[in-house]
Design a protein around this ligand. Structure first.
Ligand code: 5MM
Length: 332
């Protein structure tokens, strides 16, 4: 795929009122999501969990893309169609998470480094054959007072993001780069903003060194929030002001677009904050389009209703569609 094709795929995620469903929970995380709700965690129940969302009628009104876990590329919905085919048939781009999760950066550290570069070119070729048109890699950046993150952890994580981005573009698939600054912690919103600034400025410097074409790249970012355990509730305007400022200061205008993760915010918080951010970005003349790429904020309400029971599927899908409509309206 030529670079201009990657850029036009990247642009298509930002069709009016549309965004991305992150449904790329690894087996470990999917098991956690189900077991915490008392739902069986077998491969069949995990398939039904995906089908609850992918099989919901009308999602194409709100979704431009879905990020899948690699196993889901080969799974089928109750309609007998492979998930990537069924999504693509409704005009929703199927993509895949290509990182292989995180591990501690050293035996004595709580900082994490993302794995998955070793056999990446081979896996990318396979995912493409299976219908994936874009990819995602998540790096995790933990804040602990002034101690973490270390500059070394940020640098190693963004170096891997840059190598991944180049490989994905070489394979003809749009990379979504997700340097997630965790919401967990007691830090202030100002500290979150400073860490985001460090991570983003380092990321774009390293992407430049690796000659990654920014017109075919999406950034997936957290919002600037006071830590979940800080006891401080930010107003939507405070979140919007700091989030848009840190993005304007550190994200080059050539980047194809910016998408937000929800990071453990409630669905209402993630919706309300997105609305304030979009409004602020517009008034500040931000150069890139914005949208959502939520996992928990889109799925949690439906999962709570579903409980793994077929008779609850219609009500759960209704809740999912209701949340999608709210998040979509936040973009206007
Ligand atoms: C759904 O969670 C994704 C995968 O995480 P694991 O590899 O740990 O299973 C994650 O990449 C997700 O796409 C983003 O973090 C956004 O999810 P939230 O829930 O923060 O919106």
């Amino acid at each position: 795929m030529q670079m201009h094709d990657l850029a036009s795929v990247a642009e298509s995620f930002f069709a009016p009122g549309k965004g991305i469903l992150a449904a790329d929970e690894s087996v470990h995380t999917a098991v956690e999501r189900l077991s915490v709700r008392g739902i069986a965690t077998s491969a069949e129940m995990r398939r039904q969990y995906r089908d609850l969302f992918f099989g919901a009628e009308g999602i194409e009104r709100y979704l431009s893309g879905v990020i899948l876990f690699s196993d889901s590329l080969q799974d089928k919905g109750d309609d007998g169609k492979l998930f990537p085919d069924s999504l693509a048939a409704r005009g929703i781009l199927p993509g895949v998470k290509v990182d292989l999760g995180t591990e501690p950066i050293s035996a004595s550290s709580t900082e994490l480094i993302t794995q998955g570069l070793l056999d990446l070119p081979e896996r990318l070729a396979e995912y493409k054959k299976q219908g994936s048109v874009f990819t995602k890699w998540r790096a995790v950046i933990r804040i602990d007072g002034d101690l973490l993150p270390t500059a070394g952890a940020i640098h190693e994580n963004v170096k891997r993001l840059a190598i991944y981005a180049k490989e994905a573009q070489n394979a003809g698939m749009v990379p979504i780069l997700e340097p997630e600054v965790l919401y967990e912690g007691r830090h202030s919103r100002q500290r979150a903003r400073r860490v985001m600034a460090d991570a983003l400025s380092t990321l774009f410097a390293v992407l430049d060194e690796h000659a990654v074409d920014l017109t075919g790249v999406l950034l997936k970012t957290a919002m600037a929030l006071s830590g979940h355990e800080s006891g401080k509730a930010d107003t939507p305007d405070e979140v919007a002001e700091d989030t848009v400022a840190v993005l304007l200061e550190n994200v080059p205008a050539q980047v194809a677009g910016v998408v937000f993760l929800s990071g453990g915010q409630t669905p209402d918080q993630a919706t309300c904050h997105l609305e304030a951010i979009v409004r602020r970005a517009r008034s500040a003349g931000a150069p890139w389009p914005l949208t959502f790429s939520y996992a928990r904020a889109l799925q949690d309400e439906a999962l709570d209703i579903w409980k793994g029971k077929p008779e609850n599927v219609p009500a759960a899908r209704e809740a999912f569609l209701r949340r999608l409509a709210l998040v979509s309206a936040a973009l206007k």
